[in-house]
Design a protein around this ligand. Structure first.
Ligand code: AMP
Ligand code: ZN
Length: 137
C-alpha cells in the first residue's frame, strides 16, 4: 500500500528517480541526498509504514538482513572503517520522513560525523524503576 504525497513511497516504487544501489520485490536502497558521510544510503520498503512500530515482522527481519548485505558491500567497496545503522522513529527522535527507513552510514576514522550522545549515568533508583517498568519477554 502506498500513501499519497509520501516522497519515499514514490522513490521506493520508482515514480521519482533515485541513486539506487539495490532493489528487490520489497525494498529499494538509494543514496541519501544529504549524506552524513561518503556512501550514506537508505533502506526503504516499497510498502508504506510510517515507522518501525507499524511495520510487520517479516519486513523487519528482511530489513536487518538487507542492512547486513549492503553494509558488508560498503565495508568492502568503500574501504570504510565502520558502519552505523540509524533508524529514527518519531519527531523527537529526529525522524523527518514518515515512511520507515534505515540509514546505512559508512564511517571513516576521524570523519567527524558526530552520531553520538552525551553519556549520562544510571542511578540505582532509575535502574530499579526502569527494570520494573520494562522487564518482560
Ligand atoms: P530521517 O531524519 O531519519 O527521517 O531521515 C530522512 C533522510 O532522508 C535524511 O537524511 C534526508 O537527507 C533524506 N532524504 C530526504 N529526501 C530525500 C530524497 N528525495 N532522496 C534521498 N534522500 C532524501
Ligand atoms: Zn510512504
Amino acid at each position: 500500500m502506498r500513501e499519497e504525497n509520501c516522497i519515499f513511497c514514490k522513490i521506493a516504487n520508482g515514480e521519482i528517480p533515485s541513486a539506487t544501489i539495490y532493489e528487490d520485490e520489497d525494498f529499494r536502497v538509494f543514496l541519501d541526498l544529504n549524506p552524513a558521510t561518503r556512501g550514506h544510503a537508505l533502506i526503504v520498503p516499497k510498502e508504506h509504514f510510517a515507522n518501525l512500530f507499524e511495520m510487520d515482522e517479516e519486513h523487519c527481519r528482511k530489513a536487518i538482513v538487507l542492512a547486513r548485505k549492503i553494509g558488508s558491500r560498503m565495508m568492502e567497496k568503500l574501504g570504510c572503517d565502520g558502519l552505523n545503522l540509524v533508524q529514527n522513529n518519531g519527531e523527537a527522535a529526529g525522524q523527518t520522513v514518515f515512511h520507515f527507513h534505515m540509514h546505512l552510514i559508512p564511517r571513516y576514522k576521524e570523519d567527524g560525523a558526530g552520531i553520538t550522545w552525551q553519556p549520562g549515568s544510571l542511578t540505582e533508583e532509575a535502574r530499579d524503576e526502569l527494570t520494573a517498568l520494562l522487564a518482560g519477554n
